[in-house]
Write a new protein. Sequence first.
Lengths: 292, 334
Amino acid sequence: MDNLGIFLQILFWGLYAGCIYILLATGLNLIFGVMKIVNFAHGEFLMIGAYITATVFFLTGINPYLIILVSMLALIGIGAVVERLCFRPILGTGKLNEIFLSIGLIYIFQNGAAMIWGDSWQSVRSPYDGITVPLGPLSVPLDYIIIVALTAMILIALYLFLKKTKTGMEMRATSQNRKGAMLVGIDVERIDVISFGLGCALAAAAGTLWVVSGQVFNPYIGSMPAVKAFTIIILGGLGSIPGAIIGGLLMGIAENGAAFLLGGIWKDAVSFIILIVVLVIRPTGLFGEKGD
Amino acid sequence: MNFGRDKLTKYGLAATLVIAAALPFLSDNMFLLNLLVLMLISIIFASAWNLLAFTGQGSLGHAAFFGIGAYAATLIAVRCGIPPFVTIFLGAAVAAFIGILIGLTCVRLKEWFLAMVTFGFAIIVQTLTVSVLAPVTGGWDGIASPRLISPSIPGYQFIEYYVVLVITIASLAAIWYIMKSRIGLAFLAIRENELEARAAGVDPVRYRLLAFAMSAYLAGVAGALQIYHIGYLTPDLYGVNNSFWPITYVILGGLGTIAGPVIGTIVLTIIWEGLKETGLTFGRYVIVGFILILTIIFLPKGLVNLPERVQVWWKERGRKGSGARPQRSVWWFF
């Protein structure tokens, strides 16, 4: 009973941690699917989203869950500008350049945020702090339930956007075949901007969830979740959104299990050990296409 | 034309060496000397990273080899009582050995995957250092390490500077020699087109491993030197920042050239220290970030390529583009 309780608790923590990874990994996959680039600075958008949410909350005091919209909209704008100014000029000049460019973005965003907001740890108190809901053998904070539900809603909205709207269809077309999309008259560069903006908005949503769950944050929180989101999309398949969702959940659970069994310090290392082991066995990722 | 450039390179090289040797005499400012030693070490580190990049492999976790070299050198020196002069190379050998191990997992990986694995490896090593290996490594608190030249010797800073200078020059000469040899040709062949390299009889796996080993060795030398210079080491050595600095130096100077890491390190160190005077803290990093991005976009071959770019610009300056202006829509910016 006791063991089962702990197991369920870890499972639920994993589910909640997984939500942040899912949003990040889905955003990355969206960008990768359309533009075939990998932005290692994706986590910085999470951090900026977190700070925007916190700042708006401190200024107005409205329910932080509602601020998710503000922060997502702001990040669509920031993402679009970053895409236009940084990634567009180097598109197609080699994959290493994207990695190096991301390093520059990491420097700028982390330290820019530190200049604006300071580099000390901050936190926000959710209005539902302390309220728990009994769920079977364990009592779950209401915040966690809202976060899981909110993530599900965002993913469903994204799914509908991609399937039903014209822009969504254009995005899917571009990701399937960029040249073909150009031939049928799709402005692929506009699609690039929209995809990048949307990916950043998903990161901002993750940042908001980070903040409202009561986790502390500073300008350097973004790197680790972003790198883990990469691990997830490498394991789940580059460009595969279902892979990102399942991978995100598994990562959250594996990490919290490891933290419980081995101690908190192993939380970060475990995901990389999993990554290395998987890549040794399958160099193209678990579901990646074989060969070049 | 070619002759002229060769001559220019030769004179430039000689001038650089003379300046490097004479610098400590120009000023007896110990702060400056300290800075120069650290800069030379950064040159070794950046060159080590660049050596791996010659094969088209961009590592995001070179701090791991830097740190392993430092820890191994210190621990061997402290535990076995071997003088630091020898343990620099023993520690680096440990780094090279581990480099081969991590290289084995990396040789078949593509750019992003390789970047992820190397990045993760630095974090795994840091975790191991502060958890399982803490009794030996001192955990987060770190341990004291011996100095390269005992501070009791008068003018030890000068001796240290020249020792580091000699090792730097030796490392650069070694890289130059390697790149001139068949091994270097094989590296470039792999970078340009792996399939063709294989068809020409170059075994990419073997040469990538070799590049990993040599790069990790040099990074280990740099790590050991830095720690013997500072006299103390902590797990911060494995930090992300330490992995990103060599990349920034190399990109600014010129990726895939021997002079690139040297020029990049010198220029960026001057900028970095100059900005210190303005009292910026985080702002310095923001500026470095902008420099990095602007270099990648507008000067993809780095500062090394700048004279050539200026020459081309000078020749073309009279001609005006006669192409039609692109049409602008509402989305013109995007």
